[in-house]
Design a protein around this ligand. Structure first.
Ligand SMILES: [Zn+2]
Length: 147
């Protein structure tokens, strides 16, 4: 568990934390990701975290090419399952894959991201009465879909 790199779309890689179930830092292309893995930039938090991964860049990339993520201890988990369990929104909402790609596209995108109902992954349409209208998907009361 912990940190790994996942592939969100062709040539879109991001550091993912299974502690917060969300990306850490913004999306980079394959070249930039490989560069970070092989030549860490000490001034950059993301780069230092990448360099701390206990493997060579080519080993990490080979595993991502095979399964979409580089978690060694989650080999049976698909990239779809990782995404389904995300809490990548500004208030830990579950975002759709498209919204994750939008929010983490760049540092500018991360700063200007605006959450709307269509960006929230609603895996359960039935609201639990015990939650008093609080939506587990978008973490709002009422649900963003019901506004
Ligand atoms: Zn909702």
């Amino acid at each position: 568990m912990g940190r790994a790199i996942i592939c969100l779309a062709p040539n879109e890689y991001v550091m993912w934390s299974s502690i917060v179930d969300a990306p850490i830092g913004h999306i980079r292309d394959r070249t930039a990701t490989l560069e970070m893995l092989s030549k860490p930039d000490e001034a950059d938090d993301w780069s230092r975290a990448m360099a701390a991964l206990p493997e060579q860049a080519d080993e990490i990339m080979a595993r991502i090419d095979e399964r979409g993520h580089s978690y060694r201890n989650l080999s049976a988990m698909s990239i779809q399952e990782l995404i389904a369990a995300n809490r990548a929104g500004p208030r830990e909402e579950s975002l759709t894959l498209a919204a994750i790609r939008e929010r983490y596209a760049s540092p500018q995108a991360m700063a200007s991201f605006e959450l709307t109902a269509d960006k929230v992954l609603h895996y359960d349409d039935d609201q639990d009465d015990d939650l008093g209208g609080y939506c587990l998907s978008c973490r709002r009361n009422p649900c963003l879909n019901e506004r």
